[in-house]
Design a protein around this ligand. Structure first.
Ligand SMILES: Cc1cc2nc3c(=O)[nH]c(=O)nc-3n(C[C@H](O)[C@H](O)[C@H](O)COP(=O)(O)O)c2cc1C
Length: 396
């Protein structure tokens, strides 16, 4: 076991919050806050987590459940547990070859990893690193031709589903990024960078790894004709010109003949539209509280979405998953599986691949223990009878 693996073992790291603390110690503030922060006053980010406290568990005691079965299928793929790594952009800032490290950890654990369009590693390398099932998340940055080229590469590389994120017509107002000079640091020009550079210098280990990995990453999967991979500094403007509409889903559907997952559903109305596009799955997601501030926490809107779509589409949820019991609660309220973003991004920032593996291991152990304590033999047996949730959540 190497130094990084040791640094995230028990008793130092027992839960996701411990990984968060270790990520904070290793990463420059600007990178840690990029992971940890949310939009505006971050109330939605906090609400996502707090919503799980409003749901309480109803155990069946004195029931023997020697080996609970955590396996399930998502879009026909068998997985070791109902947890999927959500798309997290710019993982290469967190750790060298970050996206490959995360995909490898997911593959080893038998779960699906979703690669963001805004990744610093080539999608082909990420698929190879995983060795398991991978999904590709699509933004239309760089325009339609660029997206079509990305879709084609993803298909050839063996990605099995396309995740289309629909909640990012513009980047959310992330105040921490602005205060930390994220924009200035991306210019690569000494003058604007100087007032913010000390954050990087006080993390020499991270800085050495970052420079050893080639310095500021480019977006290897957004190849602009005649220019090459999109530069980091261009991403904010590119996002603003790349809103995905329901109309776009038509040509995306034609270009991709595998399953489509629509990510960023907040309401029953949009959930029905997702069904109408012929998507195979949707993700109830508010981007981890990073986009529109003031929307409802995802767990709160899950019952509304589930009741609107029934079993016409697989319903996934993300936002605020920090414990195995959170996964259980989402499944009891009708999610087929959950995605997690920050839980593994903290692990990546703390210790690279071993940190991601530790995050997955923590959630796996939590999940197993929670099922046993609930007296529930398998993931497939979880349903509403195992939880109490506020009645008003079911009024729509
Ligand atoms: C640092 C970071 C970067 C993200 N980048 C993307 C992205 O590129 N594409 C996307 O669809 N969602 C992105 N997300 C949102 C996640 O996919 C997911 O919806 C969110 O993290 C779930 O909330 P959680 O962090 O509480 O698990 C990002 C989230 C974080 C924390």
């Amino acid at each position: 076991m190497n130094r990084l693996s040791r640094s995230v073992q028990a008793p130092r790291v027992l839960n996701i919050e411990d990984l968060r603390h270790r990520a904070k110690r290793r990463l420059p503030r600007v990178v840690f806050d990029y992971i940890d922060g949310g939009a505006e006053d971050e109330s939605t980010l906090r609400a996502n987590c707090r919503a799980f406290e409003a749901v309480t568990l109803r155990p069946r005691c004195a029931v023997a459940t020697p080996a609970c079965d955590l396996r399930t299928t998502v879009l026909g793929t068998s997985v070791s547990m109902p947890l999927i790594l959500a798309p997290v952009g710019s993982c290469r800032l967190m750790f060298p070859h970050g996206e490959e490290a995360a995909a490898h950890a997911a593959g080893e654990a038998g779960i699906i990893c979703t690669l963001s369009t805004l990744s610093g590693c080539r999608l082909e390398d990420v698929a190879t690193a995983s060795g398991g099932a991978v999904w590709y998340q699509l933004y239309l940055v760089g325009g339609r031709d660029c997206a079509l080229a990305g879709i084609d590469r993803a298909r050839k590389a063996g990605f099995s589903a396309l995740v289309v994120t629909i909640d990012t017509p513009v980047a959310g107002f992330r105040e921490r990024d602005l205060r930390n000079g994220a924009k200035e640091l991306l210019t690569g020009k000494l003058g604007p960078m100087l007032p913010f550079a000390s954050q990087l210098l006080v993390r020499p280990r991270w800085l050495a790894a970052f420079l050893g990995d080639g310095g500021l990453m480019r977006f290897e999967n957004v190849v602009i004709l005649g220019k090459g991979p999109m530069l980091y500094a261009d991403v904010t403007a590119a996002l603003e010109q790349s809103v995905v509409t329901w109309d776009d889903l038509k040509w995306i559907r034609q270009a991709w003949n595998g399953p489509i997952v629509i990510k960023g559903i907040h309401t029953a109305e949009d959930a029905r539209r997702a069904v109408d596009t012929g998507a195979e799955a949707l993700v109830v997601s508010n981007h981890g509280g990073r986009q529109l501030a003031g929307v409802a926490p995802t767990l709160r809107v899950l019952p509304e979405v589930v009741s609107a779509v029934g079993d016409r589409i697989e319903v996934l949820l993300d936002g605020g998953i920090r414990r195995g019991s959170d996964v259980v609660k989402a499944l009891c309220l009708g999610a087929r599986a959950v995605m997690t973003g920050r839980a593994y991004a903290y692990g990546l920032g703390a210790a690279g691949g071993p940190g991601v593996s530790r995050a997955i291991e923590i959630l796996h152990a939590d999940l197993m223990r929670t099922l046993k304590l609930l007296g529930c033999p398998s993931i497939a047996d979880l349903d509403r009878t195992y939880v109490d949730a506020p009645r008003e959540w079911f009024s729509k």
